[in-house]
Design a protein around this ligand. Structure first.
Ligand code: 4AD
Ligand code: MG
Length: 464
């Protein structure tokens, strides 16, 4: 279907119909004017590139020209001509312009000069109009589309898992509570504890940290499912890689063991990176100007076999490295980003899939190895980011899983339905979670996770 009433600038820039009349609508990026001629760069978000509007000043309404300042929204009618200037193939010789909305030059926060990303976060309502955020948001869309395409093409079903939940999938204990109770008049039981029986759901509920547990239920019927939704973690970690609200993609597959899980994760992420290279070339070329190794880094991942390494071997490499890490490392320690990045960037120079982690630092549902110490976990570690994917084979044996749940004192009454899958037709199965914004950090080369989501949620920040 044609865009009603206008041609998108992305289409117009590809057009060969010089001499024809077109209508474009968008926001003014810049205007340069002399007595004779004015050049207006117009952008409508369909591409990183602007269309140049050329105005014959002596024959144009001076009052309207005055209103056309950076940020104004306009409709322009003009004739397409080959451009003599460098930088664009075609331009529009303007016949007339209608101003939809002016933007006061004194107060419009986005001026021509470069703004810092810190400043742009304070004006997140306007930053989509900058080149960088336009590029990031178009790439974000392309990646979301590619994710659905990959799974659809490979026989996975998109399963919608609940956002409000009474269970804590990761056991990290950092959840946002959901309640309709009056917080300043909480109802108490006889024993003087909060009476959640009177809450909306009749029990204590929170926003989910992961769709995995319900994802497993789906996989135990449809064989291959994936979730793609928002997840919420109230951990107070103010880092460039953590959000309180982020999007996660979680495939879950019956009859997959850990090696097949790793194969899928590697194929999936390479597909996504290749999709970006093939479909987001203009935006990546723009971002590559700021981060000159970006495109090479992306191409490198597509062509490289990921290293697969036991956690135990990884720790040995770190111990032998002689590097004084901020967090000391030894067997049993949870790896920090600095350790992950040492392995990926310094030691191997390529993505690493680390497996067989100590069970103490991983979630209750992971399949236990026969050594009694480790579980079939897998983390995919990426350059500049560290962990981008976390996953595992799942413990499918009822007794082993039940024993682990009791050992960790997880209330079984909240998880009876999860345990029942191990009672009725249990089967080996595996899955993983890809942090969507971590993927976008990698693909865009942006360095702060707040800059790859339209409206970030972080500690003390829920504006916009
Ligand atoms: O390793 P995590 O905690 O694994 C899970 O949630 C499993 N249930 C996944 C599964 O097996 N189905 O999180 C998965 C990924 C991480 O590797 C990271 O990329 C991302 O989610 N992630 C975050 N991204 C942004 N902000 C945060 N606070 C994140 N926490 C995790
Ligand atoms: Mg993890």
């Amino acid at each position: 279907m044609k865009t009603p009433g206008r041609i998108r600038i992305s289409e117009l820039l590809k057009s060969t119909e010089t001499g024809s009349e077109f209508v474009v609508k968008g926001w003014v990026r810049t205007k340069r004017a002399s007595k004779h001629i004015a050049f207006i760069a117009l952008n409508d978000g369909s591409t990183i590139h602007n269309i140049q509007l050329v105005v014959d000043v002596p024959n144009f309404d001076g009052e309207i020209l005055k209103q056309i300042t950076t940020g104004a929204s306009i409709r322009a009618v003009g004739v397409l001509t080959e451009s003599t200037g460098s930088g664009q193939p075609v331009e529009l010789q303007v016949k007339n312009i209608e101003v939809y909305g002016t933007a006061d030059a004194q107060t419009y926060p986005l001026q021509k000069k470069e703004h810092t990303f810190e400043f742009l976060r304070e004006i997140a309502h306007l930053r989509p109009r900058t080149n960088t955020f336009g590029a990031v948001l178009r790439i974000r869309h392309a990646m979301a589309f590619a994710i659905h395409k990959y799974f659809n093409d490979n026989g996975f079903y998109y399963l919608h898992t609940p956002i409000i939940t009474a269970s804590d999938a990761e056991g990290a204990g950092a959840m946002f509570q959901v309640t309709t109770l009056e917080l300043d008049q909480l109802p108490k039981t006889k024993n003087n504890v909060i009476d959640y029986g009177q809450d909306f759901f009749g029990k204590r509920t929170s926003l989910t940290v992961s769709g995995q547990l319900e994802g497993e239920l789906g996989a135990m019927a449809l064989s291959q499912i994936y979730t793609f939704g928002p997840t919420f973690r109230a951990e107070n970690s103010n880092t460039p890689r953590h959000l309180a609200e982020f999007w996660m993609i979680e495939p879950e597959m019956a009859f997959y063991e850990i090696t097949e899980n790793m194969d899928l994760a590697e194929d999936f992420i390479k597909y996504l990176v290749k999709y970006a290279l093939d479909n987001c070339a203009d935006d990546l070329a723009f971002l590559n100007k700021k981060d000159p190794e970006l495109v090479a880094r992306l191409a490198g991942v597509v062509d490289t076999a990921f290293v697969r390494l036991d956690y135990t071997e990884g720790v040995e490499i770190l111990e032998k490295s002689g590097v004084r890490f901020e967090y000391p490392v030894s067997w049993g320690a949870d790896l920090q980003a600095e350790h992950e990045r040492y392995l990926v960037e310094k030691h191997f120079g390529k993505p690493v899939i680390l497996t067989n982690y100590p069970k103490e630092i991983k979630a209750f549902y992971m399949k236990q190895n026969s050594d009694g110490k480790t579980v079939r976990a897998m983390d995919v570690l990426f350059p500049a980011i560290g962990e981008i994917i976390g996953g595992s084979q799942r413990e499918e044996n009822f007794d082993t899983l039940n024993a682990r749940i009791n050992e960790l004192k997880i209330p079984v009454k909240d998880l009876w339905w999860y345990l029942e899958t191990r009672k009725f037709g249990s089967a080996p199965h595996s899955g993983f979670g890809l942090g969507f914004e971590r993927l976008l950090l990698f693909v865009t080369g942006m360095t702060n996770i707040r800059d790859v989501i339209p409206f970030p949620r972080t500690p003390k920040n829920a504006d916009f």
